[in-house]
Design a protein around this ligand. Structure first.
Ligand SMILES: Nc1nc2c(ncn2[C@@H]2O[C@H](COP(=O)(O)OP(=O)(O)OP(=O)(O)O)[C@@H](O)[C@H]2O)c(=O)[nH]1
Ligand SMILES: [Mg+2]
Length: 442
C-alpha cells in the first residue's frame, strides 16, 4: 500500500468510534464522543456517524473483536469515509492492523488533538513543542500505511516506500530531528526563564487563568484588562501564555497570564510538551479557574482541569473558581444557587455582559490582601527608586511629601516588605501633617 497524505479537503468524512468499558459511567462515552466530534470538526473533517461499542476486555490486535471490526469497516465504506477515528488510544500495532484491514486512515483522539495544536501553534516555542510531540508520536508508527494528517509526516522528512531499509532510514531521520528539536527548545526555554526572572523583579502579585478549552479564559482576560487577546469559538484557540496587567477598583495591580486550555484525555506527551509553558502557571501566586457553566458537562470539565493541575503539582495553589457564561444559563437565580460562594472564592460571571464581575473584583481583592501588608512608611528622598517600585504596584493609598521624605500609607506586597522595613513610620498622622506644612512653607 502506498503512503497517502490527508490534506484539508471538504470531502474528508469520518466515522467516529467510542468504546464503552464495563467500568465506564453510563453516558460518559457518548459525551466523550460528542467532544471528539467537535475536535474533529475543528480540523475540517465532517462526521458521518458516531458509534459506541461495548467491550469486556481490550483485544490486543484491534482493540475490539474482529466481528465488530468488520461491521465498523463496512459502515465506514458505506458512508464513503476516509477516516475511522477512535476516541480511545490505539497502540501503534492496533493502528497498523486497522489500516491494513480497512484500507482507510485510522487515527485516535491523540492524533486529532496533536493536529489541532499543530495548526494553532504560533510562537517559536509552541511550534517546536508540538513538532516534538508529533515526532515522538509518529516514531513507533512509521510503518503505517497512511501518512500523518500533517502534510509531510515526519515534519519535512519525506517518507517514501515501506521497505525495511527505508524504514530504518526514516527512523534515523526522525530521531535526529527529535534531538535537534530538543536542543532548539532548550534554548527557547532558557530565554523564557530569563524573561520570567526579569518579570519577577516587578513586585506585582501574579495569577494565571486556567481551565477547560473554550471556557472563556481569553475573554475573561480581555474583560478584566481591556485588552484584545485572541478569542474564538475554537478548541485550543490559545497555545501561548499571554500576560497582561490588571487594575482593581482599589488601584491595586496584578499580572494575569492566559494559558492553554485542558481537555479530557489530553495526550500525555502534550502535557509533557507544554509543561514548560504550563510552568508559567505554576510560578504565579494563585490561579483563576474558569469554568463554562453553560456547558452540560461543566462538572466533568472542572474535574479534568483539577486533575491536570494535580499532575502538574499545582493543586496546592490558591484557586478562585469563576463560573463563566452565566448569560447563557436560563435560570436567572442561578448565580444565587450553590455555586456562588465568595467565602470559598467561587463566583459566577459573564465575560460578555460583565455580570458578576464586581464579585470577582471582591474575591481578587480579598486574595490580594493576603499578599500585602498594610504599612505606613517614610521614604527618604535619597531612596526615591523605592517609591517608583511602590507606584508600579499600585497599592499606595496616601502619598504625602514632607520635609524628610515622602510619607506613604499603603498595602505593600509581601515581597517588598523586608526591603521597606527600615523605613517603617511609627509616628501618627498629626506629625506628618505638621511636617508637610513645614515643607510647604519652605
Ligand atoms: N455567551 C458568552 N460567550 C462567551 C463568554 N465568554 C466567552 N465566550 C465565548 O466562548 C468562546 C471561547 O472563548 P475564549 O475566550 O476563546 O475561550 P478560551 O478558554 O480562551 O479557549 P481556548 O483558548 O481555546 O482554551 C468564544 O466564542 C467566546 O466569545 C460569556 O461570558 N458569554
Ligand atoms: Mg484562549
Amino acid at each position: 500500500m502506498n503512503n497517502t497524505t490527508i490534506d484539508d479537503d471538504s470531502d474528508d468524512i469520518a466515522l467516529l468510534v467510542g468504546i464503552q468499558k464495563n467500568y465506564d459511567r453510563s453516558g460518559e462515552s457518548s459525551e466523550l464522543l460528542s467532544e471528539l466530534q467537535e475536535l474533529v470538526e475543528n480540523i475540517n473533517i465532517s462526521v458521518a456517524d458516531k458509534i459506541i461499542t461495548r467491550i469486556r476486555y481490550p483485544n490486543s490486535r484491534l482493540l475490539l473483536g474482529s466481528g465488530k471490526a468488520i461491521e465498523i469497516i463496512e459502515l465506514a465504506k458505506k458512508y464513503k469515509c476516509k477516516f475511522i477515528i477512535f476516541d480511545d488510544e490505539l497502540t501503534p500495532s492496533q493502528q497498523r492492523n486497522w489500516e491494513r484491514e480497512s484500507g482507510l486512515c485510522v487515527i485516535d483522539r491523540q492524533e486529532v488533538i496533536l493536529e489541532i495544536f499543530a495548526r494553532r501553534a504560533q510562537t517559536k516555542e509552541a511550534v517546536l513543542q508540538v513538532d516534538l510531540a508529533q515526532m515522538e508520536y509518529s516514531l513507533p508508527r512509521l510503518k503505517r500505511a497512511w501518512t500523518h494528517l500533517h502534510r509531510q509526516r515526519g515534519g519535512g522528512v519525506a517518507l517514501r516506500g515501506s521497505g525495511e531499509m527505508q524504514l530504518e532510514t526514516d527512523k534515523r531521520l526522525v530521531r535526529s530531528r527529535i534531538a535537534k528539536l530538543k536542543s532548539d527548545l532548550f534554548e527557547v526555554i532558557q530565554h523564557r526563564i530569563e524573561q520570567r526572572k526579569q518579570r519577577s523583579r516587578i513586585p506585582l502579585p501574579t495569577a494565571a487563568l486556567v481551565g477547560y478549552t473554550n471556557a472563556g479564559k481569553s475573554s475573561l482576560l480581555n474583560c478584566l484588562t481591556q485588552s484584545n487577546s485572541f478569542v474564538a469559538d475554537k478548541l485550543f484557540a490559545t497555545l501561548d501564555p499571554t500576560t497582561r496587567r490588571m487594575k482593581l477598583p482599589s488601584g491595586q495591580t496584578l499580572l494575569l497570564t492566559d494559558t492553554v486550555g485542558f481537555i479530557r484525555r489530553l495526550p500525555h506527551r502534550l502535557i509533557d510538551a507544554f509543561k514548560a509553558t504550563l510552568e508559567e502557571t505554576l510560578v504565579t501566586d494563585f490561579l483563576i479557574h474558569v469554568v463554562d457553566v453553560s456547558h452540560v458537562d461543566y462538572e466533568k470539565h472542572r474535574e479534568t482541569t483539577l486533575s491536570v493541575l494535580n499532575e502538574l503539582d499545582a493543586e496546592d495553589k490558591k484557586i478562585i473558581t469563576v463560573f463563566n457564561k452565566i448569560d447563557l444559563v436560563d435560570d436567572n437565580n442561578f448565580e444565587n444557587m450553590y455555586l456562588e460562594n465568595i467565602e470559598n472564592n467561587c463566583v459566577t460571571v459573564s465575560a460578555h455582559t460583565k455580570q458578576g464581575i464586581e464579585n470577582l473584583y471582591k474575591v481578587l481583592q480579598k486574595i490580594l490582601n493576603d499578599f500585602t501588608v498594610s504599612m505606613n512608611l517614610l521614604i527618604p528622598y535619597n531612596s526615591y527608586e523605592l517609591l517608583g517600585e511602590m507606584r508600579l504596584h499600585g497599592g499606595i493609598l496616601e502619598e504625602i511629601p514632607c520635609g524628610e521624605g515622602v510619607f506613604i500609607k499603603g498595602n505593600i506586597p509581601n515581597r517588598l516588605v523586608r526591603k521597606l522595613k527600615p523605613y517603617l513610620y511609627s509616628g501618627d498622622m498629626t506629625e506628618i501633617s505638621l511636617m508637610q506644612s513645614d515643607y510647604i512653607q519652605l
